[in-house]
Write a protein that binds this ligand. Structure first.
Ligand code: SF4
Length: 269
């Protein structure tokens, strides 16, 4: 291909490598990424690239839920949108270098990465899970309904997980997995009845949080709820307790629940 491309350049373009995308793409063996690499590196033209390193960086920035090769139109679009039109050569080179040296396939150096504040994979602690490979089954994604239950005194009901299992012994806002066909509100009412033996009224949505564990992802659909009746019992947990908002800091919560506490404080402020 290289030889044939050189022959075309010599025969048709007087030995001058063409500088427009359509002509370069028509040369034998030159695809879109190679064309983008040549035109940005050699002619400083604002043409995007999408090699393996760039696919990995963009898949992590977007927390792409499918293997990159199944989202190529979107990745090309993003590569084009983020390209610096004033400095396309340096930008594309930096993007490839970021993938080769910082956003590496294993153990990406997120703490050194200039894009860390914008990276969804980092925010969701998914950088080691992404990009999703073609052969690996996608991570199981669980939808969870979570209740922030208020009583008339303005206290919140929290529970402590049993010591065994994932996040054992930590405190949490009660809730559980949304069953097929169930609304979030129905799920929360059912879970609270099953786990704590009380009746509640489900109110407004407080916050939605995406979080990834090693083998699955969760979306926490968190709702304000009003305590109605019943004596809270630790039916499926170790302990339940009414606490004030100020006291929440005294209890160890899983990382994903800390955003709920922040949202409660913001809502009250
Ligand atoms: S923060 Fe981490 S995962 Fe995100 S782009 Fe940077 S190195 Fe990659």
């Amino acid at each position: 291909n290289l030889h044939r491309a050189a022959q075309v350049v010599t025969a048709q373009y007087g030995g001058q490598f063409p500088a427009d995308l359509a002509t370069v793409l028509a040369l034998p063996g030159i695809g879109r990424t190679t064309a983008g690499g040549i035109l940005s590196a050699a002619f400083n033209q604002p043409v995007p690239i999408l090699d393996g390193n760039v696919k990995r960086v963009l898949a992590r920035l977007l927390a792409l839920a499918v293997p990159p090769n199944r989202a190529l139109p979107r990745l090309w679009q993003v590569s084009e949108e983020i390209l610096d039109p004033q400095q396309p050569r340096d930008f594309n080179q930096a993007l490839m270098d970021l993938g080769a040296t910082c956003c590496t396939p294993r153990q990406p150096a997120c703490l050194l990465c200039p894009w860390q504040p914008h990276c969804l994979a980092y925010q969701r602690t998914m950088q080691n899970e992404l990009p999703i490979s073609e052969t690996r089954a996608p991570l199981v994604h669980k939808q969870i309904g979570v209740a922030v239950i208020w009583n008339e005194q303005g206290d919140i009901l929290i529970d402590r997980r049993k010591p065994e299992g994932l996040l054992g012994g930590l405190w949490e806002f009660p809730g559980g997995k949304i069953e097929p066909g169930e609304t979030v509100e129905d799920c929360i009412r059912r879970e609270i009845q099953e786990e704590l033996g009380i009746e509640i009224e489900v109110g407004d949505r407080l916050i939605t949080i995406d979080h990834a564990y090693t083998h699955f992802r969760v979306t926490l659909n968190v709702y304000h709820c009003r305590y109605l009746s019943g004596d809270p019992q630790p039916i499926e947990c170790d302990e339940v307790r009414w606490v004030t908002v100020a006291e929440l800091d005294q209890f160890p919560f899983p990382k994903a629940n800390l955003q709920i506490i922040e949202a409660i404080r913001s809502a009250k402020a």
